[in-house]
Design a protein around this ligand. Structure first.
Ligand code: ATP
Length: 417
């Protein structure tokens, strides 16, 4: 009897020791994962080029997976490098594989935002939402939610108790609308605040996310409620920014550890220039609001890359809402979506320049700026690219560079990997 008791005590002590070692290993895993993410850069830019419809493509993706070229004529070729470039044949699964590490960061307690930027019809909604009824073509939002739910279930075996809830909002003409509240309209009544480093939007539903199915239902409901209006450029063009906000709290009772992460998945409204979109009346007002908030986003990145003390987060609802992810140890991944057809050449150039500017920002290290040369990202370029409705004299600024030319921003980032 005595030997039984002794063996049981020894086994109990061994279990406790293993549990404590597992917890320590988990903390080391989190730390290493974060170090890898920081080495890759807390602001990353991926470029995704959509397939052509009828026109010939003037955008080429190099086989190295990080370079893209916009060819406006034989003598006018602009090259850009990003952290990753996805060509027209890339699948939703390949794209998600590359972003899933940031989803892990949100589970580890970081403030993460992923957003898609580009002209109307360039594939932003396809990338972020995709076809939710189709396993293969569903986009980042449904995949990310499924990953978070699955990972929290796996972590439960290690003693972690995760609680997740989600809001889904739309910003339209600088007014917020709750996409999870049936029949609710856009209103000024929703105020944005930051509580313990996490964004809270007053008066919007925060619904629990307990299973992959429940989360998928929530995403479907919000997608159906999204405001879509026809424009000349895309028959079902989304004229608002939509933000899926996933709040993640993890608690480990035995160790007393607590994590608070959040994942913001943003589908921005189209960045096309007012002239080309043929906007008038209410549509013109929409286009101006869209351009204002996109330009505020550009201003925030410019202030960060200049290492400015004051970052103008409050200048738009979008930037204020995303503030925790756009500074400090927040993590941002921007998709620049490109339509490779000739009529979109000027919009593509604007989008690529904006993306090159964002690519030069580094968070959590005093916003130190990487050196940018080769014409892309010069002061005058940044002023142009921060506003979607300005038409820069691209030829003059980008110059006619050989097809092999690369921006130093991309090269600098690459050398860090
Ligand atoms: N990579 C892709 N592969 C296949 N189809 C795509 C791809 N990207 C976009 N499409 C298709 O192109 C069309 C326009 O794309 P999408 O609606 O995603 O554009 P958008 O940038 O979100 O436009 P808007 O700003 O007007 O909302 C859709 O029919 C979409 O399915």
């Amino acid at each position: 009897m005595e030997s039984f008791r002794k063996t049981a005590e020894e086994r109990l002590a061994r279990i406790e020791q293993l549990e404590s070692e597992a917890l320590e290993a988990d903390a080391i895993r989190r730390k290493l994962h974060n170090q890898i993410q920081e080495l890759r850069g807390n602001v990353r830019v991926f470029c995704r080029v959509r397939p052509t419809t009828s026109e010939t493509a003037i955008v080429d993706c190099a086989p190295d997976g990080t370079s893209v070229e916009l060819k406006r004529s034989d003598a006018d070729v602009a090259g850009f490098e990003f952290d990753r470039v996805f060509g027209p044949s890339s699948t939703q699964c390949e794209v998600f594989d590359e972003v899933s590490q940031l989803v892990q960061s949100a589970l580890d307690g970081y403030k993460v935002c992923l957003f898609s930027y580009g002209q109307t019809g360039s594939g932003k909604t396809h990338t972020m939402l995709g076809d939710q009824h189709n396993e293969e073509t569903r986009g980042i939002i449904p995949r990310a939610v499924a990953k978070v739910v699955e990972a929290s279930e796996a972590n439960a075996k290690k003693g972690w108790k995760y609680r997740m809830c989600a809001s889904y909002v739309e910003i339209y003409n600088e007014q917020v609308r709750d996409l999870l509240k049936a029949g609710s309209g856009h209103s000024d009544k929703h105020s944005i605040a930051h509580v313990d480093g996490v964004t809270e939007v007053s008066g919007v539903n925060k619904e629990p996310v307990e299973s992959v199915e429940a989360a998928a239902g929530l995403v479907r409901r919000a997608a159906a409620a999204r405001a879509v209006e026809a424009t000349q450029m895309n028959a079902v063009s989304s004229r608002s920014h939509t933000i899926f906000m996933l709040y993640i709290t993890g608690e480990h009772e035995a160790s007393g550890s607590r994590l608070t992460g959040c994942l913001n998945l943003v589908d921005l409204a189209g960045s096309e220039r007012v002239g080309r979109s043929g906007a008038e009346g209410a549509r013109l007002k929409e286009a101006c609001a869209i351009n204002k908030s996109l330009s505020c986003l550009g201003d925030v990145f410019q202030a960060l890359s200049n290492g400015q003390k004051h970052i103008p987060y409050r200048n738009s609802k979008l930037t204020y809402l995303l503030q925790p992810c756009l500074g400090g140890d927040g993590k941002t991944l921007m998709f620049v979506n490109i339509n490779p057809e000739a009529p979109s050449a000027e919009e593509s150039m604007c989008s690529l320049k904006f993306a090159a500017q964002v690519n030069a920002v580094e968070l959590g290290r005093g916003g130190a700026k990487r050196n940018i040369v080769s014409g892309i990202g010069k002061k005058e370029d940044k002023e142009d690219s921060s506003s979607g409705d300005k038409k820069p004299d691209d030829k003059k600024k980008v110059g006619k560079r050989p097809a092999t030319a690369r921006t130093a921003a991309g090269a600098a980032k690459k050398s860090k990997r």
